[in-house]
Design a protein. Sequence first.
Length: 138
Amino acid sequence: MAIMVLTAAYCSLGGSISTIHDHAPKIELTVQVEDKEVTTYASLGWKERLGGLKEGTLAISFFNDIASGNLDGLFWAQLGNVVTFEVRLTQSAVGVSNPKYTGSVLIKELKPIAGSVGDVATQDVSFPTSGVVTRATS
């Protein structure tokens, strides 16, 4: 078993955004499947279930950067667009011990200003996947 501590995760978004892991202290990819109940009288009092449609969410916390050509403007330009993504546990090459997860997400929300006096300017965003999310080791 290869237990690890996340110290150098990789995150890239398509379009003009590119890599953002140099600004991100937290990256989270969640995938799930709908729960469809198919219980009948033959189930003997136990619920039976099947998996339905799949979906996912890419949640990212990042330090906002309003410098020309950086994250604030790049994300703003992609608001409402579907862009590709790739996330990995490390920035090392893709392999059996470092699979990549890829797909597309809708840039659905931005929080260009969030925080209290004295806080670091950050954004916590959550983008729904659009289409298939894949896992690959090569």
